[in-house]
Ligand binder design. Structure first.
Ligand code: PLP
Length: 424
């Protein structure tokens, strides 16, 4: 019998102490996940000493790659001064002001620790502001591990699609809308007057990457206004992978409420939600919508955020976008040469590879793509030193540290993987 790798040994130990051996379901893939020892720039190294070009990038936060010196320095400096005070710090003000400048829709923001917490807070705020308890979400949208939103959700919830213990509201069930379907929005808002909020990822990022049709987000904005319904953009992924000012900047839409996370904390736990002064003034202590957290606005995370936002410029974001386009064009050429039909929806520094003969415009389209073929491909890429999400229902990311030499490695691995008959 071949000796077990260190990852395999650790996974056996992990399964005894941690459910499924992982702290979040997406991290598991068969036969066992690679345990990572360190990351630098565009690369990670596993505990067996193998290096991978990383296009999973922790599912989104690492727009600046691993262990970026600017982030490391900021966090170390803050740590030397203490990590948490239970009192306001100047960093909160600095980062909030910066977000206001980057996102015209954000007059005020509240910092929390995770995207899921931001989603919970937005649900509560929307109920308070509209007096309506109902929420609509998109089929395939993922907003964290939250009962009301864990309905036909993407990401790991698409791979492991059912959850025991989730309580929906019997009186106001969460409404589901297919992505890119304006008629469905019109019909829903025409028939259910208990809906106070539509929460949407403006680019779906958790079923792979699925782009909004031209005009879709604008129609959503118009219809929600007409019906007095709040529109919230979950930009936990798209801020800042879809562009410097998020998807709202890219597509020119002003939502009522916005969630940010992932990139914002540069690899440390940080998220935020925000919107107009009128709406956000309802949040305690200025208003009566209670929301609180020990780690909210944590100084270490905020130091990382200030470093990330200070380092990101429109030009740097455009550069990583150009690198993404070059990678995607290269991949497309490799697949075309082999006659393997794929769709590669791309925006900013996020994309995904669907083994599909047709456009992917909805979560249903993503589900009916050849997901087993994707898994075989991604598994093969992993063996060749390229770490892609081991699920067809995740986006791939590019960081500012990825360049032509990493691209070359990925394209060579893609050619080899397709030459192996098992992939096709
Ligand atoms: C779009 C989106 N919203 C919200 C979340 C939840 O964020 P967190 O995992 O920080 O709770 C995620 C996480 O993957 C996400 O992709």
């Amino acid at each position: 019998m071949p000796a077990r790798s260190r990852s395999e040994t650790l996974f056996h130990r992990a399964r005894r102490a941690i459910p499924g051996g992982v702290s979040s379901p997406v991290r598991y893939y068969p036969p066992y996940p690679r345990f990572i020892r360190r990351g630098k720039g565009a690369f990670v190294e596993d505990v067996d000493g193998r290096r991978y070009v990383d296009h999973t990038l922790a599912y989104g936060p690492l727009l600046l790659g691993h262990a970026h010196p600017v982030v490391g320095r900021a966090v170390r400096e803050q740590l030397a001064d203490g990590s948490i005070f239970g009192a306001p710090v100047e960093l909160e003000v600095t980062v909030a002001e910066r977000l206001r400048r980057m996102f015209p829709s954000l007059a005020m923001v509240r910092f929390v620790s995770t995207g899921g917490e931001a989603a919970l807070s937005i649900l509560r705020l929307a109920r308070a502001a509209t007096g309506r308890p109902g929420v609509a979400k998109i089929d395939g949208g993922f907003h964290g591990s939250i009962d009301q939103l864990l309905v036909r959700a993407g990401s790991g919830a698409a791979t492991f699609p059912s959850s025991d213990g989730v309580v929906g509201s019997p009186t106001t069930p969460t409404a589901l809308l297919p992505f890119n379907d304006v008629e469905a929005v019109r019909e829903l808002l025409g028939t259910r007057d208990d809906i106070g909020l539509i929460l949407i990822e403006p680019v779906l990022g958790n079923m792979g990457t699925i782009l909004p049709d031209p005009g879709y987000l604008r129609a959503l904005r118009r219809l929600t206004r007409e019906h007095g319904v709040l529109l919230a953009f979950d930009e936990v992924i798209t801020g800042f992978h879809a562009g410097y000012g998020g998807a709202q900047g890219r597509y020119g839409i002003r939502p009522d409420l916005t969630m940010l996370g992932k990139v914002l904390g540069g690899g440390l736990p940080l998220a935020a939600y925000g919107g107009s002064r009128t709406l956000m003034s309802r949040v305690a202590p200025s208003g009566a919508v209670y929301q609180a957290g020990t780690y909210s606005g944590n100084p270490l995370s905020l130091a990382a955020a200030r470093a990330v936002l200070g380092w990101l410029t429109p030009a740097r974001v455009r550069k990583v976008e150009a690198e993404t386009q070059a990678l995607v064009a290269g991949l497309k050429a490799v697949f075309d040469d082999r006659g393997v039909p794929v769709e590669i929806p791309t925006v900013g520094s996020m994309f995904s590879v669907f083994f599909s003969d047709t456009d992917v415009r909805t979560a249903a389209d993503a589900r009916s793509s050849r997901t087993t073929q994707y898994l075989r491909w991604a598994g093969n890429m992993l063996e060749q030193g390229v770490f892609l999400p081991q699920s067809a229902f995740e986006s791939l990311f590019v960081s500012t540290e990825h360049g032509p030499s990493e691209r070359e490695k990925v394209l060579r691995a893609a050619e080899t993987s397709l030459a192996r008959a098992t992939i096709i």
